[in-house]
Ligand binder design. Structure first.
Ligand code: BGC
Length: 475
Protein backbone atom coordinates (compact mmCIF):
# COMPACT_ATOMS: atom_id res chain seq x y z
CA UNK A 1 0.00 0.00 0.00
CA UNK A 2 1.41 3.33 -0.99
CA UNK A 3 0.05 4.98 2.12
CA UNK A 4 2.45 2.91 4.18
CA UNK A 5 5.22 5.14 2.99
CA UNK A 6 3.59 8.08 4.71
CA UNK A 7 4.72 8.38 8.32
CA UNK A 8 1.31 9.77 9.18
CA UNK A 9 -0.58 6.73 8.16
CA UNK A 10 1.74 4.04 9.46
CA UNK A 11 0.68 4.64 13.03
CA UNK A 12 -2.04 2.09 13.75
CA UNK A 13 -3.27 3.94 16.80
CA UNK A 14 -3.90 7.06 14.72
CA UNK A 15 -5.84 5.07 12.15
CA UNK A 16 -7.98 3.55 14.91
CA UNK A 17 -8.63 6.96 16.41
CA UNK A 18 -9.78 8.35 13.06
CA UNK A 19 -11.97 5.32 12.48
CA UNK A 20 -13.63 5.71 15.86
CA UNK A 21 -14.30 9.41 15.42
CA UNK A 22 -15.77 8.55 12.02
CA UNK A 23 -17.98 5.98 13.71
CA UNK A 24 -19.51 8.77 15.78
CA UNK A 25 -20.38 10.53 12.48
CA UNK A 26 -21.86 7.30 11.20
CA UNK A 27 -24.09 7.01 14.27
CA UNK A 28 -25.17 10.62 13.84
CA UNK A 29 -26.22 9.74 10.26
CA UNK A 30 -27.86 6.44 11.24
CA UNK A 31 -30.05 8.14 13.81
CA UNK A 32 -30.99 10.96 11.44
CA UNK A 33 -31.78 8.58 8.59
CA UNK A 34 -33.60 5.79 10.38
CA UNK A 35 -36.73 7.75 11.15
CA UNK A 36 -37.69 8.26 7.48
CA UNK A 37 -38.36 4.54 6.99
CA UNK A 38 -39.69 3.85 10.46
CA UNK A 39 -42.18 6.71 10.57
CA UNK A 40 -44.98 5.20 8.42
CA UNK A 41 -44.91 2.06 10.62
CA UNK A 42 -44.80 4.09 13.84
CA UNK A 43 -47.75 6.14 12.61
CA UNK A 44 -49.71 2.92 12.09
CA UNK A 45 -48.66 1.20 15.33
CA UNK A 46 -49.37 4.17 17.61
CA UNK A 47 -52.07 5.80 15.40
CA UNK A 48 -50.16 9.06 15.16
CA UNK A 49 -51.57 12.32 13.80
CA UNK A 50 -49.32 14.50 11.58
CA UNK A 51 -48.50 16.56 14.66
CA UNK A 52 -47.50 13.52 16.77
CA UNK A 53 -45.32 12.31 13.89
CA UNK A 54 -43.58 15.67 13.87
CA UNK A 55 -43.03 15.38 17.62
CA UNK A 56 -41.45 11.92 17.20
CA UNK A 57 -39.14 13.30 14.49
CA UNK A 58 -38.22 16.59 16.10
CA UNK A 59 -37.80 15.62 19.76
CA UNK A 60 -34.45 14.17 18.71
CA UNK A 61 -33.32 17.56 17.42
CA UNK A 62 -34.43 19.18 20.67
CA UNK A 63 -32.22 16.67 22.53
CA UNK A 64 -29.39 17.32 20.09
CA UNK A 65 -29.52 21.09 20.65
CA UNK A 66 -29.39 20.49 24.40
CA UNK A 67 -26.63 17.89 23.98
CA UNK A 68 -24.53 20.31 21.91
CA UNK A 69 -25.06 23.04 24.51
CA UNK A 70 -23.86 20.79 27.34
CA UNK A 71 -20.94 19.28 25.49
CA UNK A 72 -18.80 22.44 25.44
CA UNK A 73 -18.54 22.65 29.25
CA UNK A 74 -18.65 18.84 29.61
CA UNK A 75 -15.78 18.16 27.24
CA UNK A 76 -13.72 20.89 28.80
CA UNK A 77 -14.23 19.70 32.40
CA UNK A 78 -14.45 15.89 31.99
CA UNK A 79 -12.31 15.63 28.88
CA UNK A 80 -13.09 14.66 25.28
CA UNK A 81 -12.80 10.93 25.87
CA UNK A 82 -15.24 10.78 28.78
CA UNK A 83 -17.68 12.97 26.84
CA UNK A 84 -17.51 10.60 23.89
CA UNK A 85 -18.09 7.67 26.24
CA UNK A 86 -21.17 9.37 27.66
CA UNK A 87 -22.35 10.04 24.09
CA UNK A 88 -21.85 6.37 23.10
CA UNK A 89 -23.69 5.19 26.22
CA UNK A 90 -26.62 7.49 25.41
CA UNK A 91 -26.66 6.06 21.86
CA UNK A 92 -26.98 2.53 23.31
CA UNK A 93 -29.70 3.46 25.84
CA UNK A 94 -31.70 5.47 23.28
CA UNK A 95 -31.56 2.76 20.60
CA UNK A 96 -32.66 0.01 22.99
CA UNK A 97 -35.43 2.27 24.35
CA UNK A 98 -36.76 3.02 20.83
CA UNK A 99 -36.70 -0.64 19.83
CA UNK A 100 -38.58 -1.80 22.92
CA UNK A 101 -40.97 1.16 23.30
CA UNK A 102 -44.34 -0.16 24.49
CA UNK A 103 -45.99 3.27 24.22
CA UNK A 104 -45.58 6.59 22.45
CA UNK A 105 -44.25 8.27 25.60
CA UNK A 106 -41.32 5.80 25.88
CA UNK A 107 -40.57 6.26 22.20
CA UNK A 108 -40.48 10.05 22.58
CA UNK A 109 -38.22 9.87 25.66
CA UNK A 110 -35.86 7.42 23.90
CA UNK A 111 -35.68 9.66 20.82
CA UNK A 112 -34.82 12.56 23.14
CA UNK A 113 -31.98 10.48 24.67
CA UNK A 114 -30.74 9.67 21.16
CA UNK A 115 -30.83 13.39 20.45
CA UNK A 116 -28.61 14.11 23.45
CA UNK A 117 -26.20 11.50 22.08
CA UNK A 118 -26.21 13.04 18.61
CA UNK A 119 -25.61 16.52 20.09
CA UNK A 120 -22.68 15.32 22.18
CA UNK A 121 -21.24 13.37 19.22
CA UNK A 122 -21.64 16.24 16.73
CA UNK A 123 -19.65 18.55 18.99
CA UNK A 124 -17.12 16.25 20.62
CA UNK A 125 -16.12 13.87 17.83
CA UNK A 126 -14.86 16.50 15.34
CA UNK A 127 -13.17 18.36 18.22
CA UNK A 128 -11.39 15.23 19.43
CA UNK A 129 -10.48 14.35 15.87
CA UNK A 130 -9.02 17.78 15.14
CA UNK A 131 -6.98 17.65 18.34
CA UNK A 132 -5.60 14.18 17.87
CA UNK A 133 -5.11 13.85 14.10
CA UNK A 134 -1.70 14.85 12.75
CA UNK A 135 -1.76 18.31 11.18
CA UNK A 136 -1.25 16.92 7.70
CA UNK A 137 -4.56 15.06 7.65
CA UNK A 138 -6.54 17.41 9.86
CA UNK A 139 -7.65 19.53 6.92
CA UNK A 140 -9.75 16.92 5.17
CA UNK A 141 -11.37 15.62 8.35
CA UNK A 142 -14.41 17.89 8.44
CA UNK A 143 -15.56 17.00 4.92
CA UNK A 144 -14.81 13.36 5.63
CA UNK A 145 -16.82 13.59 8.82
CA UNK A 146 -19.77 14.87 6.76
CA UNK A 147 -19.18 11.98 4.35
CA UNK A 148 -19.57 9.56 7.25
CA UNK A 149 -22.83 11.26 8.23
CA UNK A 150 -24.17 10.71 4.71
CA UNK A 151 -23.00 7.07 4.72
CA UNK A 152 -24.82 6.62 8.04
CA UNK A 153 -28.00 8.07 6.54
CA UNK A 154 -27.68 5.74 3.54
CA UNK A 155 -27.03 2.70 5.76
CA UNK A 156 -30.14 3.57 7.76
CA UNK A 157 -32.21 3.87 4.57
CA UNK A 158 -30.91 0.47 3.40
CA UNK A 159 -31.66 -1.27 6.67
CA UNK A 160 -35.09 0.43 6.76
CA UNK A 161 -35.74 -0.99 3.30
CA UNK A 162 -34.66 -4.49 4.33
CA UNK A 163 -36.87 -4.46 7.45
CA UNK A 164 -39.84 -2.70 5.85
CA UNK A 165 -40.86 -5.81 3.87
CA UNK A 166 -41.93 -7.51 7.11
CA UNK A 167 -42.88 -4.23 8.84
CA UNK A 168 -40.16 -4.82 11.47
CA UNK A 169 -39.86 -1.24 12.69
CA UNK A 170 -38.44 -2.33 16.07
CA UNK A 171 -35.49 -3.88 14.29
CA UNK A 172 -35.00 -0.75 12.18
CA UNK A 173 -34.57 1.29 15.36
CA UNK A 174 -32.87 -1.41 17.42
CA UNK A 175 -30.11 -2.42 15.04
CA UNK A 176 -28.30 0.87 15.72
CA UNK A 177 -27.49 -0.53 19.18
CA UNK A 178 -24.71 -2.62 17.62
CA UNK A 179 -22.61 0.19 16.08
CA UNK A 180 -23.30 2.18 19.26
CA UNK A 181 -21.82 -0.66 21.35
CA UNK A 182 -18.80 -0.80 19.03
CA UNK A 183 -18.33 2.94 19.55
CA UNK A 184 -18.60 2.56 23.34
CA UNK A 185 -16.07 -0.26 23.52
CA UNK A 186 -13.81 1.48 21.01
CA UNK A 187 -13.78 4.75 22.94
CA UNK A 188 -12.76 2.82 26.08
CA UNK A 189 -9.52 2.00 24.30
CA UNK A 190 -8.83 5.58 23.18
CA UNK A 191 -6.30 7.89 24.77
CA UNK A 192 -7.36 11.30 26.05
CA UNK A 193 -6.69 14.26 23.75
CA UNK A 194 -3.16 15.54 24.36
CA UNK A 195 -4.37 19.09 23.91
CA UNK A 196 -6.97 18.72 26.68
CA UNK A 197 -4.36 17.12 28.94
CA UNK A 198 -2.04 20.06 28.30
CA UNK A 199 -4.87 22.49 29.07
CA UNK A 200 -5.22 20.75 32.44
CA UNK A 201 -1.45 21.02 33.02
CA UNK A 202 -0.98 17.26 32.75
CA UNK A 203 1.99 17.62 30.46
CA UNK A 204 3.63 14.28 31.23
CA UNK A 205 0.53 12.37 30.26
CA UNK A 206 0.13 14.51 27.15
CA UNK A 207 3.71 13.63 26.17
CA UNK A 208 2.98 9.92 26.69
CA UNK A 209 -0.11 10.06 24.45
CA UNK A 210 1.77 11.90 21.73
CA UNK A 211 4.58 9.37 21.82
CA UNK A 212 1.99 6.67 21.30
CA UNK A 213 0.37 8.50 18.40
CA UNK A 214 3.34 9.89 16.54
CA UNK A 215 6.11 8.00 14.83
CA UNK A 216 9.11 9.51 16.50
CA UNK A 217 9.88 11.01 19.87
CA UNK A 218 11.05 14.14 18.14
CA UNK A 219 7.75 14.58 16.31
CA UNK A 220 5.92 14.10 19.64
CA UNK A 221 8.18 16.59 21.44
CA UNK A 222 7.77 19.25 18.76
CA UNK A 223 4.01 18.89 18.78
CA UNK A 224 3.82 19.10 22.56
CA UNK A 225 5.83 22.31 22.49
CA UNK A 226 3.37 23.76 19.95
CA UNK A 227 0.38 22.64 22.00
CA UNK A 228 1.81 24.15 25.19
CA UNK A 229 2.31 27.40 23.34
CA UNK A 230 -1.21 27.49 21.95
CA UNK A 231 -3.02 26.50 25.16
CA UNK A 232 -1.58 29.59 26.79
CA UNK A 233 -4.45 31.26 24.95
CA UNK A 234 -7.24 30.44 27.40
CA UNK A 235 -10.78 29.88 26.10
CA UNK A 236 -12.82 32.83 27.31
CA UNK A 237 -15.76 32.65 24.91
CA UNK A 238 -18.60 34.06 26.99
CA UNK A 239 -16.50 36.93 28.28
CA UNK A 240 -15.31 37.70 24.75
CA UNK A 241 -18.89 37.49 23.47
CA UNK A 242 -20.03 40.02 26.08
CA UNK A 243 -17.25 42.51 25.52
CA UNK A 244 -16.09 42.14 21.92
CA UNK A 245 -18.50 43.23 19.16
CA UNK A 246 -16.33 41.60 16.50
CA UNK A 247 -16.52 38.18 18.15
CA UNK A 248 -20.27 38.67 18.42
CA UNK A 249 -20.34 39.15 14.64
CA UNK A 250 -18.51 35.88 13.95
CA UNK A 251 -20.75 34.03 16.44
CA UNK A 252 -23.87 35.40 14.73
CA UNK A 253 -22.43 34.48 11.34
CA UNK A 254 -21.93 30.87 12.49
CA UNK A 255 -25.52 30.75 13.72
CA UNK A 256 -26.80 32.30 10.46
CA UNK A 257 -24.83 29.81 8.35
CA UNK A 258 -26.35 26.85 10.16
CA UNK A 259 -29.86 28.28 9.81
CA UNK A 260 -29.19 28.72 6.10
CA UNK A 261 -28.09 25.08 5.80
CA UNK A 262 -31.30 23.87 7.40
CA UNK A 263 -33.65 26.27 5.57
CA UNK A 264 -32.60 24.80 2.23
CA UNK A 265 -35.10 22.03 2.98
CA UNK A 266 -32.62 19.15 2.73
CA UNK A 267 -33.46 17.96 6.21
CA UNK A 268 -37.11 17.62 5.23
CA UNK A 269 -36.08 15.32 2.39
CA UNK A 270 -33.89 13.25 4.70
CA UNK A 271 -36.63 12.84 7.33
CA UNK A 272 -39.69 12.55 5.15
CA UNK A 273 -38.34 11.00 1.94
CA UNK A 274 -40.91 8.17 1.66
CA UNK A 275 -43.70 10.69 2.26
CA UNK A 276 -42.34 12.87 -0.58
CA UNK A 277 -42.22 9.86 -2.89
CA UNK A 278 -45.82 9.18 -1.92
CA UNK A 279 -46.80 12.75 -2.85
CA UNK A 280 -45.00 12.13 -6.17
CA UNK A 281 -47.33 9.21 -6.85
CA UNK A 282 -45.24 6.22 -5.74
CA UNK A 283 -47.85 4.45 -3.69
CA UNK A 284 -46.24 1.17 -2.59
CA UNK A 285 -43.93 0.99 0.42
CA UNK A 286 -41.39 -0.86 -1.73
CA UNK A 287 -41.21 1.97 -4.29
CA UNK A 288 -40.98 4.58 -1.55
CA UNK A 289 -38.21 2.73 0.28
CA UNK A 290 -36.09 2.17 -2.82
CA UNK A 291 -36.56 5.80 -3.83
CA UNK A 292 -35.31 6.75 -0.38
CA UNK A 293 -32.21 4.54 -0.76
CA UNK A 294 -31.40 6.18 -4.11
CA UNK A 295 -31.77 9.59 -2.44
CA UNK A 296 -29.31 8.52 0.28
CA UNK A 297 -26.83 7.19 -2.26
CA UNK A 298 -26.96 10.43 -4.26
CA UNK A 299 -26.23 12.31 -1.03
CA UNK A 300 -23.10 10.21 -0.37
CA UNK A 301 -21.77 10.43 -3.93
CA UNK A 302 -22.32 14.16 -4.35
CA UNK A 303 -20.41 14.85 -1.12
CA UNK A 304 -17.29 13.76 -3.01
CA UNK A 305 -17.83 16.70 -5.40
CA UNK A 306 -17.48 19.07 -2.46
CA UNK A 307 -14.40 17.28 -1.14
CA UNK A 308 -12.79 17.62 -4.58
CA UNK A 309 -13.79 21.23 -5.25
CA UNK A 310 -13.70 23.00 -1.90
CA UNK A 311 -10.04 23.99 -2.00
CA UNK A 312 -9.99 24.68 -5.75
CA UNK A 313 -13.14 26.70 -6.44
CA UNK A 314 -13.45 28.12 -2.93
CA UNK A 315 -16.42 28.12 -0.59
CA UNK A 316 -18.48 31.02 -1.91
CA UNK A 317 -18.90 30.06 -5.59
CA UNK A 318 -19.85 26.51 -4.60
CA UNK A 319 -22.38 27.79 -2.07
CA UNK A 320 -23.94 30.19 -4.59
CA UNK A 321 -24.19 27.41 -7.17
CA UNK A 322 -25.63 24.96 -4.62
CA UNK A 323 -28.31 27.36 -3.33
CA UNK A 324 -29.27 28.26 -6.93
CA UNK A 325 -29.64 24.60 -7.91
CA UNK A 326 -31.72 23.96 -4.79
CA UNK A 327 -33.95 27.03 -5.39
CA UNK A 328 -34.70 25.94 -8.97
CA UNK A 329 -35.38 22.33 -7.94
CA UNK A 330 -37.71 23.29 -5.09
CA UNK A 331 -39.55 25.64 -7.47
CA UNK A 332 -39.92 22.86 -10.05
CA UNK A 333 -41.10 20.33 -7.49
CA UNK A 334 -43.72 22.81 -6.31
CA UNK A 335 -44.84 23.28 -9.93
CA UNK A 336 -45.02 19.52 -10.54
CA UNK A 337 -47.11 19.01 -7.42
CA UNK A 338 -49.28 21.99 -8.42
CA UNK A 339 -50.00 20.71 -11.91
CA UNK A 340 -50.65 17.21 -10.53
CA UNK A 341 -48.45 14.20 -11.09
CA UNK A 342 -50.28 11.50 -12.96
CA UNK A 343 -48.39 9.80 -15.78
CA UNK A 344 -45.33 7.61 -15.13
CA UNK A 345 -43.00 10.00 -16.97
CA UNK A 346 -43.94 12.92 -14.70
CA UNK A 347 -43.21 10.83 -11.63
CA UNK A 348 -39.71 10.16 -12.87
CA UNK A 349 -39.16 13.83 -13.70
CA UNK A 350 -40.08 14.59 -10.08
CA UNK A 351 -37.57 12.00 -8.86
CA UNK A 352 -34.85 13.41 -11.14
CA UNK A 353 -35.48 16.93 -9.82
CA UNK A 354 -35.35 15.64 -6.25
CA UNK A 355 -32.01 13.94 -6.89
CA UNK A 356 -30.59 17.10 -8.48
CA UNK A 357 -31.71 19.00 -5.38
CA UNK A 358 -29.88 16.51 -3.14
CA UNK A 359 -26.77 16.85 -5.31
CA UNK A 360 -27.00 20.65 -4.98
CA UNK A 361 -27.00 20.33 -1.18
CA UNK A 362 -24.38 17.62 -0.78
CA UNK A 363 -21.87 19.39 -3.01
CA UNK A 364 -22.32 22.72 -1.21
CA UNK A 365 -24.11 23.57 2.01
CA UNK A 366 -23.83 20.03 3.44
CA UNK A 367 -20.10 20.03 4.15
CA UNK A 368 -19.21 23.69 3.50
CA UNK A 369 -21.30 25.15 6.29
CA UNK A 370 -19.48 22.95 8.82
CA UNK A 371 -16.17 23.93 7.23
CA UNK A 372 -16.93 27.67 7.39
CA UNK A 373 -18.23 27.48 10.96
CA UNK A 374 -14.91 26.01 12.08
CA UNK A 375 -12.91 28.65 10.19
CA UNK A 376 -14.47 31.96 11.14
CA UNK A 377 -14.07 31.91 14.94
CA UNK A 378 -11.09 33.53 16.67
CA UNK A 379 -8.99 31.11 18.70
CA UNK A 380 -9.92 32.41 22.15
CA UNK A 381 -13.64 32.03 21.41
CA UNK A 382 -13.59 28.96 19.24
CA UNK A 383 -15.27 26.50 21.64
CA UNK A 384 -18.02 28.99 22.43
CA UNK A 385 -18.57 30.00 18.80
CA UNK A 386 -18.72 26.41 17.54
CA UNK A 387 -21.06 25.41 20.40
CA UNK A 388 -23.45 28.22 19.39
CA UNK A 389 -23.41 27.32 15.69
CA UNK A 390 -23.77 23.57 16.36
CA UNK A 391 -26.71 24.29 18.63
CA UNK A 392 -28.24 26.54 15.97
CA UNK A 393 -28.01 23.65 13.50
CA UNK A 394 -30.15 21.49 15.76
CA UNK A 395 -32.62 24.22 16.68
CA UNK A 396 -33.20 25.01 12.99
CA UNK A 397 -33.30 21.27 12.23
CA UNK A 398 -36.04 20.90 14.85
CA UNK A 399 -38.03 23.83 13.47
CA UNK A 400 -37.93 22.29 10.00
CA UNK A 401 -38.70 18.74 11.21
CA UNK A 402 -41.56 19.98 13.38
CA UNK A 403 -43.36 21.99 10.72
CA UNK A 404 -43.13 20.12 7.40
CA UNK A 405 -46.21 17.90 7.70
CA UNK A 406 -48.25 20.74 9.19
CA UNK A 407 -47.24 22.95 6.25
CA UNK A 408 -48.29 20.26 3.78
CA UNK A 409 -51.63 19.83 5.61
CA UNK A 410 -52.35 23.57 5.83
CA UNK A 411 -50.89 25.35 2.79
CA UNK A 412 -50.53 22.26 0.55
CA UNK A 413 -47.54 20.59 -1.12
CA UNK A 414 -46.95 23.11 -3.96
CA UNK A 415 -46.86 26.11 -1.61
CA UNK A 416 -44.63 24.27 0.87
CA UNK A 417 -42.04 23.54 -1.81
CA UNK A 418 -42.31 27.08 -3.21
CA UNK A 419 -41.67 28.39 0.29
CA UNK A 420 -38.43 26.40 0.37
CA UNK A 421 -37.54 27.71 -3.11
CA UNK A 422 -37.91 31.23 -1.74
CA UNK A 423 -35.78 30.42 1.31
CA UNK A 424 -33.01 29.19 -0.99
CA UNK A 425 -33.17 32.50 -2.89
CA UNK A 426 -32.82 34.29 0.46
CA UNK A 427 -29.76 32.08 1.14
CA UNK A 428 -28.14 33.28 -2.12
CA UNK A 429 -28.66 36.90 -1.07
CA UNK A 430 -27.30 36.23 2.44
CA UNK A 431 -24.27 34.48 0.94
CA UNK A 432 -23.55 37.53 -1.21
CA UNK A 433 -23.89 39.93 1.71
CA UNK A 434 -22.30 38.09 4.63
CA UNK A 435 -20.32 35.00 3.67
CA UNK A 436 -16.54 35.36 3.36
CA UNK A 437 -14.34 33.41 0.97
CA UNK A 438 -11.90 31.57 3.20
CA UNK A 439 -9.93 29.60 0.63
CA UNK A 440 -6.14 29.97 0.83
CA UNK A 441 -5.94 32.20 3.86
CA UNK A 442 -4.61 31.32 7.27
CA UNK A 443 -6.90 31.25 10.29
CA UNK A 444 -4.70 33.93 11.88
CA UNK A 445 -5.40 36.32 9.02
CA UNK A 446 -9.14 35.65 9.16
CA UNK A 447 -9.01 36.45 12.88
CA UNK A 448 -6.97 39.62 12.29
CA UNK A 449 -9.46 40.89 9.67
CA UNK A 450 -12.42 40.09 11.90
CA UNK A 451 -10.98 41.83 14.93
CA UNK A 452 -10.00 44.88 12.87
CA UNK A 453 -13.65 45.31 11.98
CA UNK A 454 -13.56 44.28 8.31
CA UNK A 455 -17.05 43.50 6.92
CA UNK A 456 -17.82 39.82 7.40
CA UNK A 457 -17.75 39.08 3.68
CA UNK A 458 -14.20 40.44 3.54
CA UNK A 459 -12.66 38.67 6.52
CA UNK A 460 -11.24 36.02 4.20
CA UNK A 461 -9.26 38.55 2.13
CA UNK A 462 -5.51 38.68 2.46
CA UNK A 463 -4.70 41.94 4.24
CA UNK A 464 -2.58 44.07 1.90
CA UNK A 465 -1.00 46.07 4.69
CA UNK A 466 0.75 43.02 6.07
CA UNK A 467 3.21 40.73 4.45
CA UNK A 468 1.15 37.66 4.88
CA UNK A 469 1.90 34.02 4.61
CA UNK A 470 -0.94 32.62 2.54
CA UNK A 471 -0.46 29.05 3.54
CA UNK A 472 -2.69 26.43 2.00
CA UNK A 473 -5.64 26.52 4.38
CA UNK A 474 -6.29 23.62 6.58
CA UNK A 475 -10.03 23.08 6.91
C1 BGC B 1 -26.89 18.43 8.03
C2 BGC B 1 -28.11 17.58 8.23
C3 BGC B 1 -28.47 16.93 6.91
C4 BGC B 1 -27.30 16.11 6.44
C5 BGC B 1 -27.60 15.48 5.10
C6 BGC B 1 -25.77 17.58 7.53
O1 BGC B 1 -24.68 18.40 7.31
O2 BGC B 1 -26.53 19.10 9.23
O3 BGC B 1 -29.16 18.38 8.67
O4 BGC B 1 -29.63 16.15 7.01
O5 BGC B 1 -26.15 16.93 6.34
O6 BGC B 1 -26.51 14.85 4.56
Amino acid sequence: MSTLTSPVNTNRQTILVCFLAALAGLLFGLDMGVIAGALPFLAQEFTLSSHSQEVVVSVMMFGAALGALCSGPMSSSLGRRKSLLIGALLFVVGSVGCAMAPALSVLVISRFILGLAVGVASFTAPLYLSEIAPERIRGSMISLYQLMITIGILAAFLSDTAFSAGGHWRWMLGIITFPALVLFIGVLTLPESPRWLAMKDRHELAAKVLKLLRNSDQEAREELAQIRESVKMKQRGLQLFRHNPHFRRSTYLGVLLQFMQQFTGMTVIMYYAPKIFEIAGFTTTREQMWGTVIAGLTNVLATFIAIGLVDRWGRKPILKLGFSVMAVCMGLLGYLFYSGISAGAEQYVAVAVLLIFITGFAMSAGPLIWVLCSEIQPLAGRDFGVTCSTMANWIANMMIGATFLTLIDTIGSPNTFWLYALLNVVCIVLTLIFVPETKNISLENIERNLMRGAPLRHIGQTPHTHSVITTERSL
